[in-house]
Design a protein around this ligand. Structure first.
Ligand code: PEP
Length: 253
């Protein structure tokens, strides 16, 4: 089935409010009313309101980089789904490898976040991917299967269909190293087969799987041309409007 390409920018811990607004305004000017590709940008929490205003009326959707699963209460420093929704957020990145590596994210916390995001009517982007050691030990299948099953456990097929999966090999994130198109497509196929076992072939066929890891204008078209690569989750290149649009446009034309 034809899955609409979905390009999302993860700005990570970059941009002050004025910098974020300037970047968002440039993106609006460059992407115009592109609708043949779904586009989202995920600035830091502090910039969501200002970026929401800057992209208002454009085709760009707003995303957040994380969320807490509880609805409210004594969770100092945390942000709830309702808070994000009230700011106009549509997508929430969950389980990014930086969260897993530095902040103790596990498949169990990913699963709680995914359930909370869906219950709030938001759309999760669930990140999975192996480290270099795991790849060298021939454990790609095992790692992405475990993370996919753990992160999406307990969902109905309808809920799963609302999720995007981002395959992000940890060794390719922010390193300039990119998975080859074949490596990416092989991992995406593994993930889709796991999704088919969990939710049925029809649902797996509908679900979008993004590739993330040093995607840039020069390698995007080839990666996005793979049969099971349905978009990109972009880190570094999302911070430069021309680069981000150079990833969108080869597939958006
Ligand atoms: C990311 O962090 O999601 C990512 C893909 O980063 P980069 O594009 O910089 O590798």
């Amino acid at each position: 089935m034809a899955r609409k390409t979905f390009i999302a920018g993860n700005w990570k811990m970059n941009t002050t409010v004025p910098e974020a607004v300037a970047l968002a305004e440039k993106l609006v000017a460059l992407t115009g009313t592109t609708t043949d590709v779904d586009v989202a940008i995920c600035p830091p929490y502090t910039n969501l309101a200002a970026v929401a205003a800057a992209i208002d009326g454009s085709a760009i959707k707003l995303g957040a980089q994380d969320v807490h699963w509880e609805e409210k209460g004594a969770y100092t420093g945390k942000i709830s789904c309702a808070m994000l929704k009230a700011l106009g957020v549509t997508y929430v990145i969950v389980g990014h490898s930086e969260q897993r590596t530095y902040f103790g994210e596990t498949d169990a916390t990913v699963n709680k976040k995914v359930a909370a995001v869906l219950a709030a009517g938001l759309l999760p982007i669930v990140c999975v991917g192996e480290t270099l050691e795991e790849r060298k030990a021939d454990r790609v299948r095992e790692v992405v299967e475990t993370q996919t099953r753990g992160g999406l456990a307990g969902l109905s097929a309808d809920q799963a269909a609302q999720c995007t999966i981002a395959y992000e090999p940890v060794w390719a994130i922010g390193t300039g190293e990119t998975a080859t198109p074949d490596q990416a497509n092989d991992a995406h196929r593994i993930i889709r087969s796991v999704l088919a076992e969990m939710f049925g072939a029809d649902t797996a066929d509908q679900m979008r799987i993004q590739y993330g890891g040093s995607m840039k204008p020069g390698n995007a078209a080839e990666l996005l041309g793979q049969s099971d690569v349905d978009g990109g989750l972009i880190g570094g290149a999302a911070l430069k409007a021309e680069d981000f649009c150079g990833i969108i446009h080869p597939v958006g034309n």
